[in-house]
Design a protein around this ligand. Structure first.
Ligand SMILES: *Cc1c(COP(=O)(O)O)cnc(C)c1O
Length: 399
């Protein structure tokens, strides 16, 4: 019998095999060095092999790996306290991934309405272009046909409207609406930031209708946009927020944050996770926060972001045939290609620079938050060389 590959065929992987990482660099088995401005999709927030993270993980590994939530887990209490002190939230539930953080957020919102006498209010308004994960509920929340097809009936209770359209949101509110769920900056959808006005208008609508504002900051959170959380740019706070990716710095870790009021329905037995809040994850999460919350770190992100923004703007001016637009916030950057974005991604990879594909013909640059200005310029030089190569190839083709 012919042998088939053992792994599910769900991923289209690039033929690259990395053996180790050092800061912003990934090194292949054959010793080639790639500048990692994908950071494992905004996960490796402090780059690879950060000594503080490695030390925290090793230290915890020598003590105890796993306890379950049958017992008190001191690392959860510490990380929970730090997250609530740094944000709008009063309560935290730890998960292992973004989708699980969203599941907790959705359940928290529905339970809130339920315990307040409104079991019929379970609908959540979501936005076109959204991405919230790959579970049965989160593909329904994201609403993208390509992720829903073939997986049975779409989970009920998600009503989708165009991104940024406040009148459409208003019109979608019914007696069955529990809340509104939005990424302050759509990631997978193509680095599309919501305007501050839109975020404030959503907050206001929620207040008027007793709805919960649920933010998906799985990608935009933990310093990525230059604030601890992206919604801070709009000067508003949510009721519930899903966090993951950058909070674990590469260790699987997510969290659902909520105000005490929003979380009031989540009593003993209503939710759980075997691994959520595992001591190893807590040790790493706390170590990540040591760095992100340190004086001057967010300022560093904003300084480096400026280098990127200026560099990318100048590349857009010089290569309008390759780069149509540059957008994003902080170190969550999108290059909208004027050619098929897969070609741009490929050319950039040819310069040994890693980026991440996204919707809307965009490629994402999500560099580690520890990227220096010098490393940023190195990355920009590689984008420039890729653009030159692409232009030369297109000139040849049309000649
Ligand atoms: C990655 C992502 C998710 C899903 O996270 P997983 O850890 O893959 O489950 C959800 N929302 C947003 C905005 C994301 O970027």
């Amino acid at each position: 019998m012919a042998e088939t590959a053992p792994l599910y065929d769900t991923y289209m992987r690039a033929p690259l095999r990395f053996e180790r990482g050092e800061g912003v660099w990934l090194i292949t088995e054959s010793g080639e060095r790639y500048l990692d401005f994908g950071a494992g999709v905004a996960v490796s927030s402090l780059g690879h092999g950060h000594p503080h993270l490695v030390g925290a993980l090793k230290e915890q590994a020598d003590k105890v790996w796993h306890l379950s939530n049958l017992y008190e887990v001191p690392g959860q209490e510490t990380l929970g306290k730090r997250l609530t002190e740094a944000t709008f939230a009063d309560k935290v539930f730890f998960t292992n991934s973004g989708a699980e953080a969203l599941e907790c957020a959705i359940k928290t919102a529905r339970r809130y309405q339920f315990v307040n006498g409104h079991p019929e209010r379970f609908h959540i308004i979501t936005f076109e272009g959204a991405f919230h994960g790959r579970t049965i509920a989160t593909i329904a929340a994201g609403g993208q046909e390509k992720y829903l097809e073939g997986f049975g009936p779409k989970a009920p209770g998600f009503d989708q409207v165009p991104f940024g359209d406040i009148e459409a949101v208003r019109a979608a509110i019914t007696d069955e609406t529990a809340g509104i769920l939005i990424e302050p900056v759509q990631g997978e959808g193509g680095i599309r930031p919501a305007t501050n006005e839109f975020m404030r208008a959503l907050r206001q609508l929620c207040d008027e209708h007793n709805l919960l504002l649920i933010l998906d900051e799985v990608q935009s959170g933990v310093g990525r946009t230059g604030k601890l959380f992206a919604h801070e740019w709009a000067g508003i706070t949510p009721d519930i927020m899903a966090v993951a990716k950058g909070i674990g710095g590469g260790f699987p870790l997510g969290a659902c944050l909520a105000t005490a009021n929003a979380a009031s329905g989540m009593k003993a037995g209503t939710h759980g996770s075997t691994y959520g809040g595992n001591p190893l994850a807590m040790a790493v999460g706390n170590a990540v926060l040591d760095i992100i919350l340190a004086d001057g770190f967010l300022q560093h992100i904003n300084d480096v972001a400026l280098v990127f923004r200026q560099g990318l703007a100048s590349l857009k001016d010089r290569f309008p045939d390759i780069i149509e637009d540059v957008r994003g916030e902080g170190l969550m950057l999108g290059i909208k290609a004027a050619i098929p974005s897969a070609e741009l991604l490929q050319a950039i990879r040819g310069e040994r620079l890693l980026a991440v594909p996204a919707g809307d013909n965009v490629i994402r640059l999500l560099p580690p938050l520890v990227t220096t200005a010098e490393e940023a310029r190195e990355g920009l030089a590689r984008v420039e060389r890729a653009a030159e190569t692409l232009r030369a190839a297109r000139v040849r083709k049309s000649a």
